[in-house]
Design a protein around this ligand. Structure first.
Ligand code: GDP
Ligand code: CA
Length: 311
């Protein structure tokens, strides 16, 4: 089966590790968020694409939840001593990737081309595509000011409540080569349990991509990033409360109105599914905490089986 998965970084990558175990990985296309991309010390960093690369290559630091395992921090430490920016943590091994990517981009290679090359080098079987090769950046409007994503998320620890999310560049951004083709030949579309506003949102902000999803003729299933109305990690619950008015499954599904046919949600949220039907979204109830490889596989399987039942 041809599967397309839209994904952010941490939660998305965790889910994708399960998904590659239960579907043919060579028929899986992952479309990753680029709204978080940032330039640090002159290097182009794509945190979400990198989380996916590291997770699927078995290089991720599971405990920290981001970056590479067995990481050291000498280069960043030296840069900080010399007055370089040290707020965005890049490890020595991680820096190797950013050097290669940045050089390729400066030579005129596209982000999708260099991402494909990196994925090939790391032995990934799925296709990993950035949502766009164009500059598309997430900004957060807060009472304290309007910040680029990483300044809000990392430097300010996402402490400021968000009044609005902007996707700068989205009006003109085109889907990266292969994205529309993958959606057209998909037999199933999955939205990973990523932050709907700042991980999946930037992907859906690309008009052509959103239209392709809205006009799909195959099932699309989202996996909720909330358990018991709370984010496992990060600001998704606070954002939903403030921007959508609540954290029920219907509030999550509301972020994907017209774009999904089913929502995989945790048993802890199952008493609150009545309003999902109003959105034309079917609930798929299971345990969604992905603590072990087995739990990740079971969640991916639940999404696949739920989708099969929609056909
Ligand atoms: P980021 O780009 O690194 O911020 O990562 P994502 O947006 O892809 O993932 C963040 C989301 O993953 C958060 O909203 C978490 O609640 C969610 N998440 C993390 N671990 C789990 C899990 O085990 N189960 C579920 N359902 N969601 C999870
Ligand atoms: Ca992200």
């Amino acid at each position: 089966m041809n599967v397309v998965a839209l994904s952010g970084g941490a939660g998305g990558a965790r889910f994708l590790r399960g998904l590659v175990d239960v579907t043919d990985p060579e028929r899986l296309t992952i479309v990753g968020n680029v709204g978080d991309d940032v330039e640090i010390l002159g290097l182009h960093v794509s945190p979400d694409l990198d989380s996916i690369l590291y997770a699927l290559a078995g290089l991720a630091d599971d405990e920290r939840g981001w970056g590479r395992a067995e990481e050291t921090w000498n280069a960043l430490g030296a840069a900080s001593e010399l007055g370089g920016e040290g707020w965005f943590r890049l490890g020595d091994r991680d820096l190797g990737l950013h050097l290669v990517r940045t050089q390729a981009l400066r030579r005129g290679e596209s982000l999708s081309a260099v991402t494909a090359r990196l994925a090939g080098r790391l032995g990934l079987l799925p296709a990993l595509l950035p949502a766009s090769d164009d500059v598309l950046r997430t900004w957060l409007v807060t009472a304290a000011g309007t910040f680029p994503f990483q300044e809000w998320f990392v430097a300010r620890g996402h402490r400021d409540d968000v009044d609005a999310v902007q996707f700068r560049g989205a009006e003109t951004a085109r889907p990266a080569p292969g994205v529309i083709e993958a959606l057209a030949s998909a037999e199933l579309i999955v939205l990973a349990p990523s932050n709907p506003y700042v991980s999946i949102g930037p992907i859906l902000a690309i008009e052509e991509l959103r239209v392709a999803l809205a006009r799909r003729s195959v099932p699309a299933v989202a996996v909720s990033p909330l358990i018991g109305g709370r984010a496992v990690r990060g600001p998704a619950d606070r954002m939903l409360t403030r921007l959508a008015g609540g954290t029920s499954p219907a509030h999550v599904a509301g972020c994907y109105a017209g774009l999904i046919d089913a929502l995989v949600l945790d048993a802890a949220d199952a008493d609150d599914v009545s309003t999902l039907a109003d959105l034309g979204v079917r609930p798929i109830v299971t345990s969604t905490l992905m603590r072990t490889p087995d739990a990740r596989r079971r969640l991916a399987e639940a999404a696949l089986e739920g989708a099969a039942a929609l056909r």
